[in-house]
Design a binder for this molecule. Structure first.
Ligand code: ANZ
Ligand code: ZN
Length: 820
C-alpha cells in the first residue's frame, strides 16, 4: 500500500493546477460569486493569522465553485506603508526593492498552501499601474469638492514623524509605534467623508450579512447626535458664542459656559487681562493630551474662569465663561452651555469650581437631588419660566421653535465623524497629484500626465524630513495651468486610500484607460463574501464604503455597498494569548507545512474553532488532523487493493440502507454547516464520522460488500473534504479512476428519501382531485414533499403547460397542487 506522501502530492498538484490555470476566472454564464480575503501587507512572512484567513476564504471559494458558481477569488498586496521606509532607513535598501522581495517571498509561502487564487489578477498598490488610478480617483474627488486642503490641529506622532488620522490613535497612542500622540497645526489634505455621514449611517441597514457588532462600531464611529445650536451673546464682545447641545430643554439650567481652550475667541477674550497668562499656560499644558484622554469620564476635569460673561438668551441671566480640558475644539462648535444638574461632566466640574447647580427637570418617578449624580432622564420642566410644567420632550420642541423664531439658533445634527485626513509626510505611498504655483495656487495634475511617479533620488535620513522633499527631480515642475515653474506636493496618501478601492480593480486589473471597466465591475460587485480581521471593523470598512458611494455618484459604478457579507475571523492564540512576534509565542506556518503538509495545516485551522471565534493552537490538534487524513488515505488504498468499489449488487440489505442513510445525512449536514454560518468545524467532524462509518461498513462483510454503495461513500468523503484539504482529495479522486479535477466537480446532493427511515403513503391531488399516491419518508420536510410531488412523472402529465399557482403540503397525508 502506498503511504500518504503529502510532500509529493501537494507539490505535484500545485504545479498542475498552475499549468492548467485551473483557478483563472472569466466572465461566464453561471451566477457569479466573489470571495475576497483582506489583502495582506507584504511584511515578508506569512503567519498563522494569514493561514487561517486564507483557508477560510479558500474553503468558501472551492465550495461555491463546486456548487456551480463562477467564482472570483483574487489576491494582492497592500504594498505601501511605513515598514518599508523604516527598513530603508535601517538597512539602506530602497523601499521598492524591499517590498518586491517580500512579495516574492510571501507569494512563495502562500503557494505552498494550495489556495485557489486567480494570480492573473494580482495587484500591488505600489505598482505604477495601480497607483496611477489611485491618483486618478483622488483627482475626481478633488474636482467634485471631496478632496480639499486645510490648516488644522492634527494628531502628530513624534516618533513616526507623521500625522495620524483619528482612527490611527488608540488610547492616545500611535497605533503603529505606541508613542504618545500630540497635536500640531498643519496644512493638510482631507477627504470630505462627512458629506457622506448620513448615507453611511443609513445604509448600515443594508448590510444584512455583517456581524451586528461591526455595524454598531460603524454607527458609533459616525456618531450622529440630534440637538440644537444656540447663540449666546458675550458681554462686551462683538461676536456671539455658538454652542451645540443635545439638550436645548435644559437651557435654563446653564450656569456657566465652556470654550475649548483652543477656541478662536479665547485669545481675544483674555487679551491684555489678568487672565491671559494663566490661559496660555493651560493651553500649552493641554497640547500633549489626546482627545480621548481629555474626554474620558474618569479624567480629572480641569479648567479656569476667563473673566468674561455670556447672556442666556432665554432667561436673560449672566453666566460666567470658562475654558476646560473636557471640551474639544473640533466637535460641535467647540463650545458648550454647561448644565451641571443634568450632565455628569458639568456636575463634576461645577462642584470642583463651586459653580451653581440649578435643576430644571424633575423626574416623575423619583425624588432626586443632583448632589452626586446628574439626572439625565426625562421629566417635568421646573425653574424654566414659561416652560414650567411641560414634559421636557415638549419643551425641547418649543424651545427649538422659539430659537428659530428669534433667529438665534435651532435644530441641528452633529456627527462625531471627522473628515479623513489623508496626507502623510512619507515617501512610500501614492504621491498626491498636485502642484503649487505662485500664480495659480493649488493646481491638480492633468489626467493624461498621470502617474506622478515616485522618484528614486531621495534620501532616507530619518530626521523628520519627508524624503520627497529631498528629491530635486521630483519637486521642480511646471504649472499645468500657466506653465511657469511650480513645486510638487511632497506629501503622499494614507495607505487606507489604496485599500479603499482595490476590490474594484480585481474585476478588471489590467485596464489601462480607467481604474476599471464599469460593466465588468458591476458584474462582479458587490463582494459576496469578505473575510478579515475585526481590527479593520471601523477604518478600512468605512473608508471602502465611502469610496464605493463616491465612485457610484461619479457614475463609474452602480453599486451602493461594496461588501454584501462580512466574516470577521477570530485570532489565533497560543497558551491563551494572541500569537505575535513580540510575545515570542508564534508557530511558523512553514514548519507546520514542512512537517505535516498544507492539507493538515488547513484542516486544523478550520476544524479547531468556528471561524469567528478565537482559535487556540494545539499540537495535539494538528497531530489529530494529520492522523485523520492518513486514515482517509488508507481507507481508499484498502478499498482499491481489495477491489471493493466495483462489484455491483442491486439488492439493499438493512445494513446497506443504514449506511446509505449515513452518507446522505452527512451530505445534508456538511452542506448546511457550510451554507449557514460557515461552521467548518462541525462540517469537518461530520466528515470524520462518515469516515468511521465507512470503516465499520467495510468490516461487516468484505466479500459481499455493496460496491456501488461503498463507492458512493468513498466519493462522498472525497468530495466533501475537497474544499478543506484540496491536495489529498485531488490525488484520491484520481486514484479511484476520475480524470476530472475535483475543483470542477459538482458538490454532492442528498436524496431526501435516503435520509429517513420510515415511509408513509402520501396522496397527491391536482386541483383537489386524487391523481397519484407516493411512498415518502415520514419526516420529510414540506418543501421536499412539494418538490417530489411536482416532479412526479404522472403528476407532470396533469400540470404540463399549466401554471402552478400554489402547492399545499400536509405532512404524512397529502400534497395538493393548484393549477390554472
Ligand atoms: C448641554 C447639555 C445638558 C448637554 C445636558 C448634555 C446634557 P454627544 O451626544 O456626544 O453629541 N458637548 C458639545 N460640544 C462639545 C465639545 N466640543 N466637547 C465636549 N462636549 C461637548 O454630546 C453632545 C453634548 O456634549 C452636548 O449637549 C454638550 O453638552 C456636550 F443635560 O449641552 B450638552
Ligand atoms: Zn500657474
Amino acid at each position: 500500500m502506498a503511504t500518504y506522501d503529502f510532500k509529493k502530492i501537494e507539490a505535484t498538484w500545485q504545479q498542475r493546477w498552475e499549468t492548467e490555470k485551473l483557478f483563472s476566472t472569466y466572465n461566464e454564464e453561471q451566477p457569479k460569486y466573489y470571495v475576497l480575503e483582506m489583502f495582506p501587507y507584504p511584511s515578508g512572512k506569512i503567519h498563522m493569522g494569514h493561514v487561517r484567513n486564507y483557508s477560510i476564504g479558500d474553503v468558501i471559494a472551492r465550495y461555491k465553485k463546486m456548487k456551480g458558481f463562477n467564482v472570483l477569488h483574487p489576491m494582492g498586496w497592500d504594498a505601501f506603508g511605513l515598514p518599508a521606509e523604516n527598513a530603508a532607513i535601517k538597512n539602506g535598501i530602497h523601499p521598492g526593492i524591499w517590498t518586491k522581495q517580500n512579495i516574492n517571498d510571501m507569494k512563495e509561502q502562500l503557494s505552498t498552501l494550495g489556495l485557489s487564487y486567480d494570480w492573473d489578477r494580482e495587484i500591488a498598490t505600489c505598482n505604477q499601474d495601480y497607483y496611477k488610478w489611485t491618483q486618478w480617483l483622488f483627482l475626481q474627488f478633488y474636482h467634485h469638492g471631496l478632496a480639499y486642503k486645510k490648516e488644522s490641529r492634527v494628531n502628530w506622532c513624534p516618533s513616526c514623524e507623521t500625522v495620524l488620522a483619528n482612527e490611527q490613535v488608540v488610547n492616545g497612542k500611535c497605533e503603529r509605534c505606541d508613542s504618545s500622540v500630540g497635536k500640531k497645526m498643519l496644512n493638510q489634505w482631507y477627504f470630505k467623508i462627512t458629506e457622506y455621514a448620513d448615507k453611511l449611517l443609513e445604509d448600515i441597514e443594508l448590510l444584512e450579512g455583517w456581524p451586528h457588532k461591526v455595524k454598531i462600531m460603524q454607527e458609533n464611529w459616525i456618531g450622529k447626535s440630534t440637538g440644537a445650536e444656540i447663540e449666546f451673546k458675550i458681554e462686551g464682545y462683538q461676536e456671539s458664542l455658538k454652542v451645540f447641545t443635545t439638550r436645548p430643554d435644559t437651557i435654563f439650567g446653564a450656569t456657566y459656559m465652556v470654550l475649548a481652550p483652543e477656541h478662536p475667541y479665547v485669545g481675544e477674550l483674555v487679551k491684555g487681562t489678568e487672565f491671559e497668562e494663566a490661559v496660555n499656560a493651560f493651553v500649552t499644558k493641554l497640547q500633549h493630551m489626546s482627545d480621548i484622554e481629555r474626554t474620558s469620564t474618569e479624567a480629572e476635569k480641569e479648567g479656569l474662569f476667563i473673566g468674561r460673561y455670556c447672556i442666556n438668551p432665554l432667561s436673560g441671566e449672566k453666566v460666567p465663561i470658562y475654558i476646560a480640558n473636557y471640551v474639544l475644539v473640533d466637535y460641535g462648535t467647540g463650545a458648550i452651555m454647561a448644565v451641571p444638574a443634568h450632565d455628569q461632566r458639568d456636575l463634576d466640574f461645577a462642584k470642583k469650581y463651586d459653580i451653581a447647580i440649578v435643576p430644571v427637570i424633575q423626574s416623575e418617578e423619583k425624588e432626586c437631588s443632583a448632589d452626586d449624580e446628574a439626572y439625565a432622564g426625562n421629566g417635568i420642566m421646573i425653574n424654566s419660566g414659561e416652560f414650567n410644567g411641560l414634559k421636557n420632550q415638549e419643551a425641547f420642541d418649543k424651545i427649538c421653535d422659539l430659537l428659530e423664531e428669534k433667529n438665534i439658533g435651532g435644530r441641528k445634527v452633529s456627527y462625531r465623524l471627522r473628515d479623513w485626513l489623508l496626507s502623510r509626510q512619507r515617501y512610500w505611498g501614492t504621491p498626491i497629484p498636485i502642484v503649487y504655483c505662485d500664480t495659480c495656487g493649488i493646481v491638480p495634475i492633468k489626467e493624461e500626465n498621470l502617474p506622478v511617479e515616485l522618484p528614486l533620488d531621495v534620501k532616507f535620513t530619518g530626521e523628520g524630513l519627508s524624503p520627497l522633499t529631498t528629491s530635486e527631480t521630483f519637486i521642480h515642475t511646471s504649472c499645468p495651468k500657466c506653465g511657469k515653474t511650480a513645486k510638487r506636493e511632497t506629501d503622499t496618501m494614507d495607505t487606507f486610500v489604496d485599500s479603499s478601492w482595490y476590490f474594484l480593480r480585481y474585476a478588471d486589473p489590467k485596464n489601462e484607460n480607467l481604474p476599471f471597466d464599469k460593466t465588468l465591475t458591476n458584474h462582479w460587485m458587490p463582494v459576496d463574501q469578505y473575510i478579515g480581521g475585526v481590527e479593520h471593523a471601523i477604518l478600512h470598512l468605512l473608508y471602502s464604503r465611502f469610496f464605493t458611494k463616491v465612485i457610484k455618484d461619479l457614475n463609474l459604478l452602480d453599486i451602493e455597498e461594496p461588501f454584501k457579507n462580512l466574516l470577521t475571523q477570530g485570532m489565533v492564540l497560543k497558551d491563551g494569548a494572541k500569537m505575535s512576534k513580540s510575545k515570542g509565542n508564534t508557530v511558523s506556518p512553514e514548519e507546520i507545512i514542512e512537517k505535516y503538509g498544507a492539507d493538515t495545516a488547513r484542516l486544523f485551522v478550520l476544524f479547531a474553532a468556528p471561524p469567528e471565534r478565537d482559535l487556540e493552537w494545539s499540537d495535539q490538534g494538528v497531530e489529530g488532523c494529520s492522523r485523520f487524513l492518513n486514515r482517509v488515505w488508507r481507507l481508499v488504498e484498502e478499498a482499491l487493493e481489495n477491489d471493493l468499489l466495483n462489484n455491483t449488487t442491486e439488492e439493499m440489505t438493512k445494513q446497506d440502507k443504514e449506511f446509505q442513510y449515513m452518507i446522505h445525512k452527512t451530505i445534508k449536514r456538511v452542506t448546511e454547516d457550510i451554507e449557514g454560518r460557515f461552521n467548518f468545524n462541525t462540517a469537518v467532524s461530520g466528515i470524520m464520522e462518515l469516515v468511521n462509518d465507512l470503516y465499520k461498513y467495510k468490516e461487516i462483510d468484505k466479500t459481499n460488500i455493496n460496491g456501488t454503495l461503498f463507492r458512493e461513500g468513498i466519493e462522498t468523503v472525497i468530495l466533501l473534504l475537497a474544499p478543506f484539504a484540496p491536495h489529498i482529495t485531488e490525488e484520491l479522486w484520481q486514484k479511484i479512476g476520475k480524470n476530472t479535477r475535483i475543483y470542477l466537480t459538482q458538490w454532492p446532493t442528498y436524496d431526501p428519501k435516503a435520509i429517513v427511515k420510515e415511509e408513509v403513503e402520501i396522496v397527491v391531488q391536482v386541483n383537489g382531485k386524487l391523481r397519484e399516491k407516493m411512498m415518502l419518508p415520514a419526516n420529510i420536510t414540506k418543501e421536499d414533499m412539494e418538490k417530489l410531488a411536482v416532479e412526479n412523472e404522472k403528476i407532470q402529465q396533469f400540470i404540463q403547460g399549466k401554471e402552478v399557482k400554489k402547492v399545499i403540503a400536509v405532512p404524512k397525508k397529502l400534497v395538493n397542487i393548484v393549477i390554472k
